[in-house]
Write a new protein. Structure first.
Length: 128
């Protein structure tokens, strides 16, 4: 085989495979969307200030979180509560920063409804 045939074969077979594999990775990363149960999310918004205060302590136990959930009659598993807490915090921080790019990212990640719920309750969430 001559050198030119080898180069030709490389361009025909290897380069397209490389380009396709790179573009697939980008599409998967950008299309990540988190499903949120809006009723559960709303319950976590209600307890957010107290939960935030509780989690700011050095050592918070699961029992303390469970007691808070019982006090507010929130029937959402602790793992989901903590996940929603992180989501609310991320959305809230994006709104406060005011970066259009960041707002767009969290709006796409968590959905328009979750974003609007946090935006509507922003004063309550930051404690004003």
């Amino acid at each position: 085989m001559t050198k030119s045939k080898v180069i030709f074969l490389v361009f025909i077979f290897i380069v397209p495979v490389f380009i396709v594999s790179c573009s697939r990775g980008k599409k998967e990363k950008s299309s990540v969307k988190i499903n949120i149960d809006l009723q559960e999310f709303d319950k976590v918004i209600e307890i957010y200030p107290d939960l935030s205060e509780l989690l700011s302590k050095q050592s918070t136990s699961g029992d303390e979180i469970q007691n808070l959930l019982l006090e507010y009659d929130v029937k959402v598993p602790i793992t989901k509560v903590l996940y929603y807490y992180d989501a609310i915090t991320e959305i809230k921080d994006a709104i406060i920063k005011g970066s259009t790019k960041e707002k767009k990212r969290v709006r796409k990640k968590y959905g328009e409804d979750a974003f609007m719920m946090v935006e509507e309750n922003l004063e309550y969430l930051i404690g004003e």
